[in-house]
Design a protein around this ligand. Structure first.
Ligand code: UDP
Length: 322
């Protein structure tokens, strides 16, 4: 079976590639290395079952050539992370909307089963926790750039569901704060990466606002397992799934955990959102997935406890000599 992974040199994408390679698939990665790195996939480059194409999902000539030959597509290529989106909203909107439109249009043409990576960010600042796949979205005004990411991913989902209505087997996965080895050490898109880097350098850990906002961090091996199930379980076609752990933790507690784990002498400083993201910023206060649908249809449940996942992640950050 030939699998195309867009964004396969990225953080989640490269772990997905590892799992697919281990399961014997033929894997092609399409990635323009905007945030992904060759180092993430270097260990597969010699394999006969592996190909890497350094190009963008916006290049429809390349994309068509690859989709035509695929039996299954995992579409993960995107501009991800609140920080990137806030810094360059136009690029994020174009890549995240047009890119997915391209992938789905071609998947429809060549009739290829496709998994679209979406995000828990689509729920916006909804306070109806746990967040159910069919629950309402709650977003701020268009003048707050953060929400353009939520809306771009929502448009991707609308496209996916519209193609599903035409019979194409498409599945949407909404990721909840994946973490693990290969996180970008600069911390783009991940507070865990930022805290580890800060702790290992002896710099202060920057907890935003009061640190009582929560997230459910999901170890990347779990994220990847859920993703593969979404692309292979027959009943998953046409469905949307939360893929995440439902263990909730406040960011201030996460910072303390990371200090304890690293044994770092760093202190914790509380920073207002405005100095981190500028004046037009709104935050999601609590983010917890409802995990029932993934459990019932995919048989998926996140398994790696936060402490264990953080230990494995720390090992990687240490080996990178930051
Ligand atoms: N956060 C923080 N300090 C940082 C970076 C992030 O306190 O240096 C908080 C951020 O406000 C959010 C949470 O950590 O509440 C998760 O942020 P991240 O960027 O990892 O992902 P998000 O869930 O916001 O997409």
């Amino acid at each position: 079976m030939r699998v195309l992974v867009t964004g396969g040199a990225g953080f989640i994408g490269s772990h997905l590639v590892d799992a697919l390679m281990a399961q014997g698939y033929q894997v092609t990665v399409l990635d323009n290395l905007s945030v992904g790195t060759v180092a993430n996939i270097a260990h597969h480059l010699g394999s006969e079952r592996f190909r890497f194409i350094n190009d963008s999902i916006l290049n429809t000539t390349t994309l068509e050539r690859l989709v035509r030959r695929a039996d299954l597509i995992f579409h993960l290529a995107a501009v991800v992370g609140v920080k990137y989106v806030v810094e360059d909203p136009l690029n994020a909107i174009i890549v995240n909307v047009r890119g997915t439109e391209n992938v789905l249009e071609l998947a429809h043409k060549y009739w290829v089963r496709t998994v679209i990576a979406s995000s828990s960010e689509v729920y916006g600042k909804s306070t109806v926790v746990p967040l159910r796949e069919d629950g309402d979205r709650l977003l701020g005004p268009t003048t707050v750039p953060r929400w353009s990411y939520s809306d771009a991913k929502a448009i991707d989902e609308y496209f996916a569901l519209a193609y599903a209505r035409k019979g194409l087997p498409v599945t949407v996965v909404r990721y909840f704060n994946a973490y693990g080895p290969r996180l970008d050490p600069r911390g783009y898109g991940s507070v865990i990466a930022r805290f580890f880097t800060q702790a290992l350098r002896g710099e202060p850990l920057t907890v935003y606002e009061d640190g009582q906002q929560t997230r459910c961090f999901t170890y990347v091996a779990d994220t990847v397992r859920g993703t593969i199930l979404a692309g292979t379980v027959p009943e998953a076609a046409g469905e949307v799934f939360n893929i995440g752990s439902d263990r909730e933790i406040a960011i201030a507690d996460l910072a303390r955990k990371i200090l304890a784990l690293t044994g770092s002498p760093s202190e914790i400083v509380y920073v207002p959102y405005t100095s981190a993201y500028g004046p037009d910023f709104e935050e999601t206060r609590r983010r917890v997935p409802d995990v029932h649908r993934a459990r019932e249809i995919l048989g998926f449940e996140a398994e790696v406890p936060l402490e264990e996942g953080l230990r494995r992640t720390l090992e990687w950050f240490r080996s990178e000599n930051l």
